[in-house]
Design a binder for this molecule. Structure first.
Ligand SMILES: [Zn+2]
Length: 113
């Protein structure tokens, strides 16, 4: 499952960061996930909860910020939100659309004690 390997790599970053900061406990983990990553929030949280058991992040909470897919038309400059990667400018019909957001998959903040 896609979400399990993502949760695993998030955890690696969380543990590494907690260790480097001499943290005793991880309280909150904020992640930004772009629409293009095709990650479902609930299986990701489920995987995170399974992996955190018995670790420094046992009581940690995963807070997901879902970032929509947005793009800017290279031909007419129109910005729009899109549902999928095959982006077409609704204003001029061009397919030359540059992705602005939606590719994110990153931890933005880790709250520790
Ligand atoms: Zn356009």
């Amino acid at each position: 499952m896609h979400e399990v390997s993502i949760a695993q790599s998030l955890m690696d970053v969380v543990f590494e960061t907690a260790k480097n900061n001499g943290a005793k406990k991880v309280n909150k983990v904020f992640v930004k996930i772009g629409r293009l990553q095709a990650v479902e929030s609930s299986p990701l949280m489920f995987a995170f909860d399974a992996l955190k058991d018995g670790t420094i992040a046992e009581e940690g909470e995963l807070i997901i910020d879902n970032v929509p897919l947005t793009g800017k038309c290279i031909d007419c400059g129109h910005e729009n939100t899109f549902e999928q990667i095959f982006m077409q400018c609704p204003k001029c019909g061009s397919h030359a659309v540059k992705i602005l957001t939606g590719e994110e998959l990153q931890i933005t903040e880790i709250e520790v004690d």
